[in-house]
Design a protein around this ligand. Structure first.
Ligand SMILES: [Cu+2]
Length: 410
């Protein structure tokens, strides 16, 4: 009886003190497909969770609690190329770091095993480190989230509590880099430019969580309630510098950077995120908001603004919907614009609308007197032929509320 009791106690202790294990299985592919915002299908490289699925962009989220033992089984099924998994920002040992010259790379039909003890809670990322510039842009990247030891909704052990969280994983696509002639060209580790004439990187799709423009609407948004604390995880794995601009009424405060807490929180509506960087941002509103977060993409070499994407912010409660009946929510497409710009909006009732366009340096381009629009969907088409290249702010007003969004003239 006594022996049985000791045995049970021992088993219980092993159960209580054994570290949790997280197992991840990823398949490296070079024949993936991705639908982009214009409806075209692009060839991509990537990490897929199974043989029957195309590798998603970004790759599957790797998620663990601080202290967990994480084991990644990486199977390369991609014919032409070898790959690795580099665990960016995690303090792993060199053997598991996925830099091919310093650890190992995984050949076609081989498995590679990576192991790490989940370090400090925070936001990290992973990507292939073979021919990095090309393999990464081709789609071999994904997020890693390490949660506090108890898995709770806090930023880290003893950190800030939050109610909801939103990942904004930012990147770009240069569709020319996704053609067979480039993706199938023979190239060697870390020296892709020696053997492959890659044209200058010129992204034409600007992504948040792999989506852009109308794909983003209703897919990526902050849909929350008043007085809820929302935790944003901002990650940039593109080659542009991102500027994330929160509506000022959200009181954005940066609390962590690159997987570590900041010594003191920093209040700022605008957060610059350079390639490879991650930031944790808390937002909260005591009043209802229907607005958007703007993500600006800048060329790293020229600092030119290339594109703006919008993430909808919808903080309402059912009985507050009334207050927003007059807010005009509209979309601008295409953005950036070549010639004609389309402004689309859906009115809940007949509305007297006026429209204004002002350049970023304050020049009034267009000011339309109020015009009556019936209830329902409307699309206005404006020519921008006379506009100089640069950024413009377009506002729609019903006399009480003004909604403004920006667009870029190429
Ligand atoms: Cu690779």
């Amino acid at each position: 009886m006594m022996r049985k009791l000791i045995g049970t106690c021992l088993l219980l202790m092993i159960f209580l003190f054994a570290e949790a294990q997280t197992n991840v299985f990823l398949i490296g592919r070079t024949l993936g497909e991705k639908v982009i915002a214009n409806g075209d299908t692009l060839r991509v490289y990537g990490f897929a969770p199974s043989l029957s699925t195309h590798p998603p962009i970004p790759a599957p989220l790797i998620e663990a609690n601080q202290g967990d033992s994480v084991h990644i089984d990486f199977w390369n099924v991609s014919q032409l190329h070898h790959h690795t998994i580099h665990l960016h920002g995690l303090d792993v040992d060199q053997a598991n770091d996925g830099v091919p010259m310093l650890s190992f790379s995984v050949d076609h039909m081989e498995h590679g095993w990576y192991h790490f003890e989940a370090p400090h809670a925070g936001t990290y990322l992973y990507h292939c480190h073979v021919g990095s510039t090309l393999h990464l842009q081709a789609g071999m990247y994904g997020p890693i989230i390490i949660r506090p030891s108890d898995g709770s909704n806090t930023t880290w052990d003893g950190g800030y509590a939050f109610d909801t969280e939103t990942l904004l994983f930012m990147s770009e696509l240069d569709t020319f880099w996704h053609t067979d002639s480039i993706l199938d060209h023979e190239h060697i580790d870390g020296a892709v430019h020696d053997t492959l004439l890659v044209p200058k990187y010129n992204p034409d799709y600007f992504l948040i969580n792999g989506l852009s423009d109308q794909q983003l609407e209703d897919s990526v948004e902050l849909n929350s309630k008043t007085n809820y604390v929302n935790y944003f995880r901002l990650v940039n794995i593109g080659y542009c510098t991102n500027k994330v601009i929160f509506p000022s009424s959200l009181g954005a405060r940066i609390v962590d950077s690159d997987g570590r807490p900041l010594p003191i929180e920093e209040f700022s509506d605008t957060i610059e995120v350079y390639p490879g960087e991650r930031y944790g941002v808390l937002v909260e509103s005591s009043v209802p908001i229907l607005d958007s977060i703007e993500v600006h993409y800048f060329d790293m070499m020229t600092s030119e603004l290339k594109n703006i994407q919008h993430v909808k912010v919808d903080i309402r409660v059912p009985n507050q919907v009334e207050e927003f009946e007059n807010v005009i929510d509209f979309s601008i497409a295409p953005n950036p614009v070549d010639q004609d710009v389309r402004i689309s909006f859906d009115l809940l009732k007949e509305t007297n609308l006026s429209l204004r366009i002002v350049s970023i340096d304050g020049k009034l381009m267009l000011s339309e007197f109020p015009r009556v629009y019936e209830q329902g969907k409307h699309t206005l088409v404006l020519s921008t032929n006379e506009y100089a290249s640069g950024q413009y702010i377009l506002s729609l007003s019903d006399g009480n509320n003004v909604t403004s969004k920006s667009f870029i003239k190429k």
